[in-house]
Design a protein around this ligand. Structure first.
Ligand code: ADP
Ligand code: MG
Length: 349
């Protein structure tokens, strides 16, 4: 079991920022609206993520840190779509295998929760201790790789490791503007993002407020950020049979922002989210860059949100979950390019 756990751990827990990413995804999956991240020594001392999500029932606490235990694969169809961010059930187990982890959670409003501790490979079933905790979950990860010296030796400087963590937190902040996020490093507040309400009913629910985009990227974008909204409903096949007015499972749209730049140093964020998950799709990036070039810009930054029917997606392309296959991508890109071309024409001459 030692070998298996540590191999699995290597796949998931590549560096402290990878732990932060998994813990943030778990908090979001649990429906959290406030997430606080405390880091010490670039994550090599401690990583702590506190959320106000649904919490974990005491009976499920041990399961949560056991490999391949996931509460999220409701059916096989979920694996083809992206309904929740996690689906492999090994992030907590893998992290626990290479650190000293404390999991504390409460699933009700009694003010009391349970806590368990693991350090390295599980030998006995960990004990649950009652403890004061409001509804939600706190995961504390200390001394990462304390039992894997080779990995510990591979870690970079505190500044570098914290930089990766900050990037991850910013990426999550851009995926979910309705979630408040705070990041501390060695007790200093490094990022504090209030929740933005995005629930006005006639608006795209995924619309990212420009203020959150600026806060999370740390850039002043107001003068040249262009809002992009693309309706893709013409690409959605309505189901056969009588018209069902309650049929609402078929969303297809793009919203977001892009900002062309004439700066030759292209360090602009390039972020594509598909159904809430950050993905890499070179085709989207290349096409946007070409459009920007044609319009006279040198580079283009973007934060685009694709909201697509899950049948269009296949997330099993790559285990890191960053690559995904979108099936009518050419049609989507035709619509997006058209909208972007119109926008660019109005700003660059
Ligand atoms: P996965 O997210 O792929 O299911 P994890 O190892 O990340 O696997 O988590 C295992 C399980 O622990 C989750 O399925 C969930 O039930 C529970 N869990 C983990 N983190 C949280 C959290 N912050 N809030 C509520 N439940 C959580
Ligand atoms: Mg997870």
């Amino acid at each position: 079991p030692l070998l298996i756990n540590q191999l699995a751990a290597g796949e998931v827990v590549t560096r402290p920022a990878a732990v932060v990413k998994e813990l943030l995804e778990n908090a979001i999956d649990a429906g959290a609206y406030h997430i606080e991240v405390h880091i010490t020594q670039g994550g090599m001392g401690m990583i702590e993520v506190m959320d106000d999500g649904v919490g974990i029932h005491p009976d499920d606490m041990v399961m949560a840190i056991t490999r391949h235990a996931t509460s999220k694969v409701a059916d096989v169809a979920n694996l083809h779509g992206i309904t929740t961010l996690g689906f492999r059930g090994e992030a907590l187990a893998a992290t626990a295998a290479v650190s000293r982890m404390t999991l504390t959670s409460s699933h009700d409003d009694s003010g009391i929760g349970r806590q368990l501790q693991v350090a390295g490979v599980l030998e006995d079933i960990p004990k649950l201790i009652p403890i004061v905790h409001k509804r939600g979950t706190t995961v504390t990860v200390k001394d990462i790789y304390f039992n894997v010296p080779a990995r510990r030796g591979n870690l970079k400087s505190i500044a570098t490791e914290f930089g990766h963590i900050e990037t991850i937190v910013r990426e999550v902040a851009l995926a979910r503007a309705d979630v408040a996020l705070t990041l501390f490093h060695d007790n200093k507040k490094r990022l504090s993002l209030s929740a933005k309400s995005i629930n006005s009913s006639n608006e795209n629910p995924n619309r990212l407020p420009l203020s959150r985009l600026e806060q999370a990227t740390g850039a002043l974008l107001t003068p040249n950020a262009l809002e992009v909204v693309v309706d893709l409903s013409s690409l959605v096949q309505q189901p056969m049979g009588p018209i069902d007015n309650n049929y609402s499972g078929q969303q297809a749209s793009i919203s977001g922002w892009l900002w062309p730049s004439t700066d030759s140093q292209d360090t602009l964020p390039k972020l594509l989210y598909v159904n809430g998950r950050l993905v890499k799709e070179p085709i989207v990036n290349n096409q946007l860059r070409q459009l920007a070039h044609k319009a006279g810009a040198i580079s283009v930054g973007y934060a685009l949100y694709f909201d697509l029917p899950i049948q269009w997606l296949n997330v099993n392309v790559h285990p890191s979950k960053q690559r995904i296959k979108i099936s009518p991508l050419n049609n989507i890109m035709a619509h997006l390019s058209h909208a972007v071309r119109l926008k660019l024409k109005t700003v660059i001459t």
